[in-house]
Design a protein around this ligand. Sequence first.
Ligand code: AMP
Ligand code: ZN
Length: 457
Amino acid sequence: MHDNEVRMYCCGLTVYDYAHLGNIKIYINEDVLKRALMHAGYKVKHVMNITDVGHLTSDADTGEDKMEIGSKREGKSAWEISKYYTKHFLEDLKKVNVLMPDIMPKATETIPEQIELIKKIEKNGYTYRTEDGIYFDTSKLKDYGKLSRLKKEGLKAGARIGMGEKRNPTDFALWKLSPSDSKRQMEWDSPWGKGFPGWHIECSAMSMKYLGETFDIHCGGVDHIPVHHTNEIAQSEAATGKEPVRFWVHGEFLVVGKEKMAKSAGGFRTLQTLIDAGIDPLAYRYFCLTAHYRSQLMFDIGAVRSAQLGLSRMRKFVERLAEVRESATKKDVLKLMDRTKGEFRKFIEDDLNTPRALALISDFMREINAMMDRNALGREDAKRIYELMLDFDRVLGLKLGETSKEAVPEDVQKLILEREKLRKEKKFKESDSIRNKIKEIGWEVLDTPKGPKIKKI
Ligand code: AMP
Ligand code: ZN
């Protein structure tokens, strides 16, 4: 919408717990989109919020505030919980080389803007009051639910139960009043009484404040399509009469077995679980790139270890290029480079097809490696290829230019991978003998309920 600038909003984490690997997948997907836009020459204004109030356990506006759950669980205030997990979340993002957003507003710091927005929606006649809050009347919008192509009739039939005073099953809270019998840790005065904002209004208010009433791209996970983002559209349109977002980009789930990875289900895996298992966080990033962002990605620690080997191969390739001293130059190398460069761009511009881009680079490396084996690659060409790899990395974000001093050496990684395969097949005798081999090299594998831990002896 604005010449060379793309304005992009991403729903941030609800900071009542550590980010799980599913959350991190989405932020990696979004980062690839941002990097691809930058690579194509756009300036990106990137806003990601921090959800630190109002995200309830149920999408039907009932249940507890997740921040209060975190607070009870740890015996700390909701504010302390938010501060701790926000810090941790940002550290996780850095570890997987996600470029930091330009602005990171907290929901609790944007309350006046949220109240103003609700006032506008109220003035335009879209709200009603119940005993516990101010609600949005979704029947007043002709095309409510267009983002997920919701069928209102079907919803009405099934969802009457637990509706309370809501007029329609899809209606949602803009402002929830604090309960009269207990005191909330996070609450604010408002024209409707003391309370707290609904989760959806937060994102509408924050995106509008920093990016305008209509902006280019809004991102999130697919779970946000039917409720959170559908309601963001409804609110913004009711307030401004304009469509808030030009393009919605949703990433698919990281799944474990048949279930999506979720915090509320317990036993979720974090980046730290991978680090403890001797895995480089950037190998997790590589693993995420091996699937298209709109395909589900199956979590499997063996597959993440294979991704780590893939990443090592790429890094070693780049290092090897820097060491080429031959003076030969061949025309066909330049042709191969040009073709690879063009195809890479084509794959990325085709809805961010990172798996095809990785496969392309892998073929390219094979050909160039074969040339280096024959001492047939000249120094000047090697330099160009080195630059090309770093150029690809502006989109992939794998830190290919950094030397490959892995925390856990490649031979140990390979043995661990082999051992995990054997354990899956219940070949424990063989897997134990591999564990001993690993020990001989100086590393110890511990199997814990949270997954394997790798330690230097
Ligand atoms: P939340 O902390 O629930 O607000 O979620 C933060 C982001 O993670 C949102 O964009 C969600 O859509 C996304 N998300 C949650 N669970 C998963 C999962 N298992 N796989 C991928 N993304 C997820
Ligand atoms: Zn949001």
